[in-house]
Design a protein around this ligand. Structure first.
Ligand SMILES: Nc1nc2c(c(=O)[nH]1)N[C@H]1C(S)=C(S)[C@@H](COP(=O)(O)OP(=O)(O)OC[C@H]3O[C@@H](n4cnc5c(=O)[nH]c(N)nc54)[C@H](O)[C@@H]3O)O[C@H]1N2
Ligand SMILES: Nc1nc2c(c(=O)[nH]1)N[C@H]1C(S)=C(S)[C@@H](COP(=O)(O)OP(=O)(O)OC[C@H]3O[C@@H](n4cnc5c(=O)[nH]c(N)nc54)[C@H](O)[C@@H]3O)O[C@H]1N2
Ligand SMILES: [Mo]
Length: 762
């Protein structure tokens, strides 16, 4: 670490804690560059308030939704980014052809500001032109009626409200398809697939109160300082209470080491900070299963030696499959555990001891666990570890997947799934009077494959940046351009919008911060957070343009035009979102008294049977699993293969790049870098600042990313890290978790070739 390195433009060692004055400064910049200085303070203060809007930044809950504004740099960025005063108008489009916009960076595209008018692509001029809403709906309806419903893909990005998502699935199902690729397929699908098999429901089991009571937190593969910033307040409290926090992460993430709470007067004044992780294990990318198996092995061995380690009464009364699980762990050797995890047997014993001592443990996890080709099996192993000591369904304990988009969980709850249950479909039929299709539809990878094969003809996107978020741009981009029809509902311009099909429509919608007026008055929408709390959100800002429609109104507009004989009274639903919620209540269990209960501050919690030790699995028990082997079964080809992690910088929200810095990792003004362990560099004759080409090291793949600067970083050996979405070109579309369809964004085998020793100027 102290070795003198040559200086590389934009790379500086960051010494401070996460949060602190840097966070306040970054917030001030976000406000200044995006918003009207007069409106900003009031808007930010309405974030996550009882009568305000839900922060579009992340899905971490708020205590009772009535605390004073929970200060959060990245929440402020998400809000100011939406509430910007910059506009993308018809004049802008007239002056900028689609080909000229294509040459801009993703950062520039969104940076132009909010979309103001519904637009349609005009091939002759290669520009988007303004169009009337009704005319647009009419033409889309006409087109959709000509297509086989199963040739239409309905994409949802998890920012959509429960109301908009429910209407979208209703529209698609009445049209006749279950094609619902959604961002969850790239995110927590491994949770949605794995947890129901283990505990009967695909959601986390903890609440904020559990964090108050917990005795140990194990944090695996997530970066809360950037991605779930409001969670930092919780971790900060825990650490001050002396609760150990054990982290597994290949990268040293500053916020998991040290955090200064911008709300703590003392820390801010004294430039102090609180240590977060009590122990930090730099596991290899993809090495978590080995590590988890190692912890379980210690526990099982100690149980034999000393007894009293496992919660045997819980295991006997509540679970099945323990014997097979234990036999597999016994058969797993220490050598393979150490090799695959990159951690020692002693390291894992430290964790096992802490775990055995704790009466209530929470395991939190994110994309570092799910985005692997054994993502589902990883999630199940986490559940297994918790089951060993009865850590589900007791206060202070449980499993805590950190959800992504602020309402990705809610979208799922209200029916966005390509594999609907028979019970759900029969409720749709009873409530609405049409027969929905039963044939399973496409998830995100399948939808992309169908577009590549030319089988899918139309793509309708409720938000998001589908093609850029997906793997393998080289195949996915041209596939979108072959479509007959694409429709994008969005707030800002992005690259997927520019992949114009034979017919492409761009629909600007209201954001969360904005006032949504319909025929019966001001509307609110609802969202479900990471802890299954459903609550209302209503914006107050004047909409970015008078021509915007709400997401429910846009979906309903298309549906009415495409389904002239629809059984659904779309107009009535859009006039008053209470009516949509009434339909949701009639269709989906758990929403009893929906409209009444969202009017109480904080909303209500969706049913979570495992919290009461009720297991809605086929056997009625919580199920142990068996993780075959310890590795991900993809070694890559040839010597020198490294495992690539694609990740988010501190200044981005998924494909939205707010700015070019990644402060806590010491990167400023650039994103074209590869984080690499210094010993791995030396072994390959590479130096800090060298420029390399990265190549996917899997048979049959010639995917490349060129001219990337190598940066020495504290990262596990054999693992390298690059930014998403730039590095998505390296991720093969079919390199995924077969159980859940989640792309392995966090473990792509790659090889490097030196391109130049010359330092690249900024
Ligand atoms: N500001 C901001 N907030 C966001 C988002 C955003 O982009 N910006 N995105 C939202 C969305 S949709 C999501 S899904 C979440 C994502 O939130 P996270 O789950 O935190 O996602 P990532 O940044 O992709 O990084 C995951 C972390 O996993 C680590 N990691 C990578 N591979 C492995 C591994 O094999 N094992 C272990 N143990 N760790 C590993 C990485 O080093 C990194 O610290 O955040 C949400 N919130
Ligand atoms: N390599 C790699 N790839 C990844 C990941 C990774 O870790 N590594 N992570 C994956 C994950 S976890 C996810 S969730 C996906 C994200 O995939 P998406 O959800 O598709 O992508 P976003 O970047 O969140 O979408 C940004 C766009 O959403 C639109 N938008 C913003 N707010 C609103 C709104 O209120 N309404 C509507 N209608 N539109 C709005 C804007 O037009 C903006 O351009 O990416 C995945 N891709
Ligand atoms: Mo996500």
């Amino acid at each position: 670490m102290n070795k003198k390195r040559r200086s590389v433009p934009g790379i500086r060692h960051y010494d401070g804690p996460a949060g602190g004055w840097g966070a306040l400064k970054a917030t001030a910049i976000a406000v200044r560059t995006q918003m009207d200085a007069l409106e900003a303070p009031a808007t930010l203060l309405r974030t996550n308030q009882p009568d305000g809007f839900d922060c579009p930044g992340c899905a971490w809950p708020d205590k009772e939704h009535k605390s004073t504004f929970q200060f959060c740099e990245n929440g402020a960025k998400a809000v100011t980014w939406e509430a910007t005063t910059k506009r993308v108008t018809p004049e802008f489009f007239a002056n900028n052809s689609v080909s000229s916009l294509w040459a801009k960076s993703d950062y520039e595209l969104e940076g132009y500001g909010r979309l103001t008018h519904p637009m349609v692509y005009d091939k002759a001029s290669d520009t988007f032109r303004p169009v009337e809403w009704q005319e647009a709906f009419r033409r889309i309806g006409e087109k959709l009626r000509q297509l086989d419903p199963d040739a239409v893909e309905f994409y949802t990005s998890g920012r959509a409200s429960n109301e908009a998502a429910f209407l979208l699935q209703l529209f698609a199902r009445e049209l006749g398809t279950n094609n619902f690729p959604d961002c969850s397929n790239m995110c927590h699908e491994a949770t949605s697939t794995g947890l129901p098999r283990s505990i009967g429901i695909g959601k986390g089991t903890v609440s904020l109160e559990d964090f108050d009571k917990t005795e140990l937190v194990i944090s695996i593969g997530h970066n809360p300082g950037t991605n779930h910033p409001r969670m930092m307040g919780t971790l900060h409290e825990l650490s001050r209470r002396g609760v150990p926090i054990i982290v597994f992460n290949p990268l040293r993430e500053r916020a998991l080491e040290r955090f200064a709470d911008p709300q703590s007067v003392v820390e801010m004044a004294t430039l102090g900070s609180t240590d977060i992780a009590s122990t930090y294990f730099q596991v290899k990318a993809g090495g978590d299963a080995a590590a988890l198996k190692g912890i379980a092995k210690h526990l099982l061995e100690r149980e034999v030696r000393e007894g009293g380690i496992l919660d045997q009464p819980f295991i006997d009364a509540h679970t099945q499959g323990f014997a097979d699980f234990a036999a597999d762990i016994a058969a797993t050797g220490w050598e393979e555990i150490e090799q695959e995890s990159g951690l020692t047997r002693e390291d894992l014993d430290v964790v096992a001891r802490a775990y055995a001592k704790s009466n209530a443990t929470i395991i939190t996890y994110g994309m570092g666990v799910t985005q692997h080709n054994k993502g589902t099996a990883n999630v199940r192993l986490i559940a297994d570890l918790l089951l060993l000591r009865g850590n589900i369904g007791k206060p202070g304990a449980g499993i805590c997947p950190l959800r992504g988009h602020s309402n990705v969980q809610g979208n799922r709850t209200v029916g966005i799934t390509e594999k609907p249950t028979a019970a759900f479909l029969s409720r749709i039929e009873e409530v609405f009077g049409f027969t929905p299709p039963t044939k399973h539809g496409h998830d995100a990878v399948m939808a992309t494959q169908a577009m590549i094969a030319g089988e899918a003809k139309a793509l309708i996107c409720l938000g998001g940046n589908f093609a850029v978020a997906m793997p393998d741009h080289e195949q996915a981009f041209p596939a979108l351009q072959k479509l007959d029809l694409s429709v994008h509902v969005g707030t800002k311009l992005n690259r997927t919008h520019l992949l114009v099909a034979k017919e492409t429509w761009l629909f600007p919608c209201l954001g969360r911060t904005e006032l949504d007026m319909q025929r019966t008055g001001r509307q609110s929408i609802t969202v479900e957070d990471s802890m299954s709390m459903v609550h209302a959100s209503s914006g107050k800002l004047r909409p970015a343009s008078p021509h915007l429609l709400s997401e429910p109104a846009i979906v309903a507009g298309m549906a009415r035009a495409a389904l002239p004989d629809s059984k659904v009274n779309w107009e009535e639903l859009v006039a008053d979102y209470d009516m949509i919620r009434d339909r949701i209540e009639q269709t989906i269990p758990g929403f009893t008294d929906y409209n009444q209960r969202i009017r109480t501050p904080g909303g209500f919690r969706m049913p979570l049977p495992p919290t009461e030790r009720v297991w809605p699995t086929p056997s009625g028990k919580a199920m142990f699993s068996v993780f075959e082997g310890v590795d991900e079964n993809a070694k890559g080809v040839g010597e020198s293969v490294l495992r690539l992690i694609t990740l988010r910088s501190h200044d981005q929200y998924n494909t939205t790049i707010y700015a070019m810095d990644d402060r806590y990792r010491g990167v400023f003004g650039r994103r074209d870098i590869l984080f690499m362990n210094e010993e791995d560099m030396t072994e390959r004759g590479l130096e800090h600042g060298d420029r390399v080409d990265i190549e996917t090291a899997l048979p049959g793949h010639a995917q490349r990313l060129e001219d990337i600067t190598v940066v020495a970083y504290s990262i596990a050996r054999g693992s390298v890290g690059a930014y998403y979405p730039e590095a998505n070109v390296l991720v093969p579309l079919d390199y995924l978790d077969k159980e859940s369809g989640t792309p392995s964004y966090k473990s792509v085998p790659v090889r490097l070739t030196l391109r130049s020793k010359e330092i690249r100027p900024l």
